[in-house]
Design a protein around this ligand. Structure first.
Ligand SMILES: Cc1ncc(COP(=O)(O)O)c(C=O)c1O
Length: 357
């Protein structure tokens, strides 16, 4: 059985991160630590260098816990005055977080265009606005499909929350956003930038976890332009004994952002080759070809798999373990998600097995 489900990579991360961790681990004092404010400048420099986006270092919060925890704490700080909206299909974490928080949410079905230029998922931005959201949550790029939402779509969602109830915010979860595939002239629509004058209605969440294969050492960073929201989030964190910084978390984050760029470029070239081989083989079974990250969204029926029980059928027929599309909301039924961040020889085996379908 080859595991292609969970969203992390079967590829080693950058040597610079391992080296920095080893050096810090060799220093045997691991006492309480203060937040190193230079980490904020590093985040701002990363956005300038990789995305041509200006981020005020004062907006950056350096969080020593996973993106999922950050979203849960953020929801507590926001205390939304309207429904939480997110697309369907969408990363199942948003629903789980709302459920845990006892907050009502609504799924807004994405529009799926078929074939050619109009192919792939689109955000029904007017529908989001019509429902007067208290919070919009969005994976940007999209998990599960790897779609990169357009700047116009992100701007329209920022307008929807700006017109919504007081305190409404667009939360753009961009943990896959540094894995933008080169070669298509796309730019990651970093929400804080795409929203323009509405930036204060946005929270942009990012992490080195997916990009540098370090999710087991949980850390993330949030760009929060609204000082009131930064203060409220700091207060919620303090209630759980959490403060900005984090000893090993900041070592990983700073090493990755300071020197991980060339390693990331090589990784992206590898991922694009894998993507092209898979989409070449699977054709119409990939309704929204990925433009970022390492996830492939597959239509079970187009693969000749039963719509109900597709995951089990693929496991039994090919020994390939993928994620059930139903984990991504109502619109995910009948789909599967496959992780292709694999070493070359393992990818060869996966392609060989899929070609037998
Ligand atoms: C869009 C998105 N956000 C957040 C996460 C959660 O990351 P973690 O479980 O490390 O908090 C994931 C993980 O797959 C994800 O895809």
């Amino acid at each position: 059985m080859i595991a292609l489900g969970l969203a992390d990579m079967d590829l080693p991360g950058p040597p610079a991160v391992a080296g920095a961790l080893a050096a810090r681990a060799a220093h045997r004092a691991y006492g309480y630590t203060l937040c190193d404010p230079r980490g904020r400048d590093l985040v701002a420099r990363w956005y300038r260098a990789r995305h041509s986006v200006d981020v005020d270092p004062d907006w950056v919060m350096l969080l020593p816990f996973s993106p999922r925890t950050a979203l849960r704490l953020l929801l507590a700080a926001l205390d939304p005055a309207g429904p939480v909206l997110f697309p369907s299909p969408e990363w199942g974490g948003f629903a789980a977080i709302c459920r845990a928080a006892g907050v009502a949410w609504q799924e807004v079905p994405l529009v799926l265009g078929r074939g050619g230029e109009a192919g792939g998922y689109r955000l029904p931005t007017e529908e989001f606005g019509r429902r007067r959201p208290g919070v919009i949550m969005l994976s940007n790029p999209h998990n599960p499909s790897g779609r990169v939402w357009t700047r116009a779509e992100i701007r329209a969602l920022a307008e929807a929350v700006a017109d919504g109830p007081p305190g409404a915010v667009l939360v753009s979860d961009e943990v896959h956003g540094d894995l933008l595939h080169p070669g298509r002239g796309l730019r990651q629509p970093v929400a804080v930038d795409a929203a323009g004058d509405l930036a204060r209605y946005t929270v942009t969440l990012n992490s080195v976890g997916k990009t540098f294969n370090s999710s087991g050492l949980p850390s993330c960073f949030a760009v929060v332009p609204d000082p009131g929201l930064r203060e409220r989030l700091t207060g919620v964190m303090a209630g759980f004994g959490l403060w900005e910084g984090g000893l090993f978390e900041q070592v990983v984050q700073q090493a990755a952002l300071r020197s991980g760029g060339p390693w990331l470029d090589a990784l992206l070239a590898h991922l694009v080759t894998a993507r092209d081989r898979l989409t070449g083989l699977l054709g119409d079974a990939v309704p929204s070809p990925p433009e970022a990250s390492y996830l492939l969204w597959l239509e079970a029926a187009a693969l000749g798999l039963p719509v109900t029980g597709a995951r089990t059928a693929l496991l039994e027929r090919c020994g390939l373990e993928v994620t059930d599309g139903a984990d991504f909301g109502a619109a995910g039924k009948g789909f599967l998600r496959l992780n292709f961040a694999l070493p070359g020889p393992l990818l060869d085996t996966v392609l060989g097995r899929l070609s037998l379908l």
